[in-house]
Design a protein around this ligand. Structure first.
Ligand code: MG
Ligand code: MG
Ligand code: MG
Length: 312
């Protein structure tokens, strides 16, 4: 048997990072390769709910890669959001639906598509390889699509994501919408987290030239519930900023019912955020109507905001 291939998504894993790692490792195994899925951090409640529903095991935690390990990256291609040791790994393949920010020393099999979820791409790979999808795997992939597209309402969602989710729900044998809202709701429970844990649940770092930008996002079905601890969240964010030398920290609370977001923005470069969205923050906060996607609405606007400054 060939050496093991490590399959994993991003740090602060979300449901897609776990589901696409599990389904990719399973696909590799089915076609005769030796692959195993891993998680790069603690799982959030939404992902735990999905694993429990479909009676699946949590992937093992991976803290560091040995040199020359074989790797398949799913749901991520940014080194700032992956495991230690990636620079000396052999990246066999990347399956992703984020902006490309990958630089490698050797050629890579890269499958990147602007769809709403990496699991949507994985579904096509199963079809290509003519490998059947088990109900459990289908349930996980379906959960990932619901999560990433916020039940098809994100601007990242394509017709392909929707159709794939419908097919997967039939394989999994569950009612898509009924299950979907339960899944999203499960992810909104932050009652037993500390403020620092809350701002880290789904936090992503972006390095742009000499700027360090962190965009952290949580889902909520009651914004007031989150904002009643605004002061504590701000203190936790300030501490992170100091500790990790962050220039701009954007904490996004997305209302899963209204599909809007309310943000807390801190750091010495809040001017970038204000320019990006043509507004002024009041008390470090504002509401972004219709904004729910970090990758398609927030990050591109921020990068544009940085560029505008350079042009002045
Ligand atoms: Mg993800
Ligand atoms: Mg994803
Ligand atoms: Mg996400």
């Amino acid at each position: 048997m060939d050496t093991k291939t490590y399959v994993f998504g991003h740090t602060n894993p979300d449901t897609d990072s776990i589901a696409s790692a599990i389904s990719m490792a399973n696909l590799q195994t089915k076609i005769g390769k030796y692959a195993e899925s891993f998680r790069l951090g603690d799982l959030n409640k939404e992902t735990k709910y999905a694993l429990k529903t479909f009676d699946m095991e949590e992937p093992d935690f991976l803290s560091k890669l040995e040199d020359h390990s074989n790797v398949i990256m799913v749901d991520n291609n940014e080194f700032s959001q992956t495991v230690e040791g990636i620079e000396n790994a052999h990246i066999q393949m990347v399956v992703d639906h984020h902006r490309l920010n990958l630089r490698t020393s050797e050629p890579v099999h890269c499958i990147a598509e602007p769809v709403g979820c990496a699991s949507t791409i994985l579904y096509k790979l199963y079809k290509q390889e003519e490998v059947s999808i088990t109900p459990k795997i289908a349930g996980m992939m379906l959960s990932a699509i619901i999560s990433d597209t916020l039940m098809f309402r994100s601007p990242t969602c394509t017709e392909q994501d929707k159709k794939t989710a419908e097919k997967l729900s039939k394989i999994a044998g569950i009612d898509l919408y009924q299950y979907g809202y339960k899944l999203l709701e499960a992810g909104t429970n932050i009652s037993d987290y500390t403020p620092d844990q809350i701002i880290c649940i789904d936090s992503k770092d972006f390095q742009h030239e000499d700027l360090k930008i962190t965009i952290s996002q949580i889902n909520s079905s009651n914004l007031d519930d989150v904002f009643k601890i605004k002061k504590d969240l701000e203190t936790a964010i300030e501490k992170r900023i100091q500790k990790e030398n962050i220039d701009l920290f954007i904490f996004v609370v997305t209302d899963i019912l209204e599909a809007n977001s309310k943000v807390i923005v801190l750091g010495n470069r809040v001017d970038i955020f204000e320019r990006a969205f043509h507004l002024q923050l009041i008390g470090n906060t504002t509401i972004l109507k219709g904004v729910i996607s970090r990758k398609k609405q927030i990050l591109p606007a921020i990068l544009e905001g940085i560029k505008q400054k350079i042009q002045i």
